[in-house]
Design a protein around this ligand. Structure first.
Ligand code: NAI
Length: 247
């Protein structure tokens, strides 16, 4: 029996990277996991690798930036599992550019995927969580929420995630719902793979751990926040950055 046995979790952006490792970890903890992503092919492949039987891992193609798609997907999840105990809002994108060159498309697409999506997904689960008087929401922010060159859109979206997290924590805490965020530093995934070498070197230099993090090191913190081990932790944003944000 894992610590999340009989719990139902939803993980967005679960096809690869941090989301894949979060899904893997929550499955190992015993949860059933609804895995959502825009990239259905990769998502299906990942789900088979994580749970070949398909007993506890189910996939849904869902663009979390699309309100109607999110509504439809969560209806199907409730139909399948009957409840949602854990929501991990992980899907995110970057469209980096210096602000004076940034297009409205770059700004809006990042706000849509990284922040507006959480309005849709949280609205889909909070009424049910309030009714069942139980829920764990974990929102993925970023150390870039403190401001980062070339990432005005991304930083603003990730700072917005923290404001949303704290407000939902305050509004729903009395219903045994916790809402927390994590702020990863530089993690080894496709998102960071193509960053210029000097940018990666600089980030590593500013990280006391002197290396990039791995997705599994982020997933273990999500596992803590998704479980009753963190029952009195609410409205926090935990940095998972090897000490980057301390510097
Ligand atoms: P990734 O690019 O490897 O994976 C992101 C996943 O989200 C992909 O599977 C992608 O298909 C999916 N996705 C993108 N747009 C979507 C949409 N509209 N609807 C549904 N799914 C969508 O990225 P990574 O690194 O795993 O990032 C995961 C989260 O962690 C993101 O929110 C990112 O901002 C955050 N983060 C990542 C850091 C890093 O260094 N890799 C650092 C700080 C935060």
């Amino acid at each position: 029996m894992g610590k999340l046995s009989n719990k139902v979790a939803v993980v967005t952006g679960a096809a690869q990277g941090i989301g894949e490792k979060i899904a893997e970890r929550l499955l190992a903890d015993g949860a059933s996991v609804a895995m959502l992503d825009v990239n259905l092919e990769k998502l299906e492949q990942t789900a088979i690798e994580l749970d070949g039987s398909g007993e506890r891992a189910r996939v849904w193609k869902c663009n979390v930036a699309d309100a109607a798609e999110v509504k439809e997907t969560f209806s199907a999840i409730y139909e399948q599992f009957g409840r949602v105990d854990i929501l991990v809002n992980n899907a995110g994108i970057t469209r980096d550019s210096f602000f004076h060159k940034m297009t409205a498309e770059q700004w809006n697409s990042v706000m849509d995927v990284n922040l507006n999506s959480m309005f849709y997904t949280c609205q889909a689960v909070i009424p049910g969580m309030r009714d069942q008087q139980y829920g764990k929401i974990v929102n993925v922010s970023s150390s870039s929420s403190w401001g980062n060159m070339g990432q005005a859109n991304y930083s603003a979206s990730k700072a917005g995630v923290i404001g949303l997290t704290r407000t939902l924590a305050k509004e729903n805490g009395s219903k045994q719902i916790t809402v927390n965020a994590i702020a990863p530093g530089q993690i080894n995934t496709d998102m960071t793979r193509d960053l210029p070498e000097d940018v990666k070197r600089m980030a590593t230099m500013l990280t006391p751990a002197a290396r990039m993090g791995n997705p599994a090191e982020v997933a273990s913190v999500v596992s803590f926040l998704a479980s009753d081990d963190s029952s009195f932790v609410n409205g926090e944003c935990i940095s998972v950055s090897g000490g980057f944000l301390m510097v």
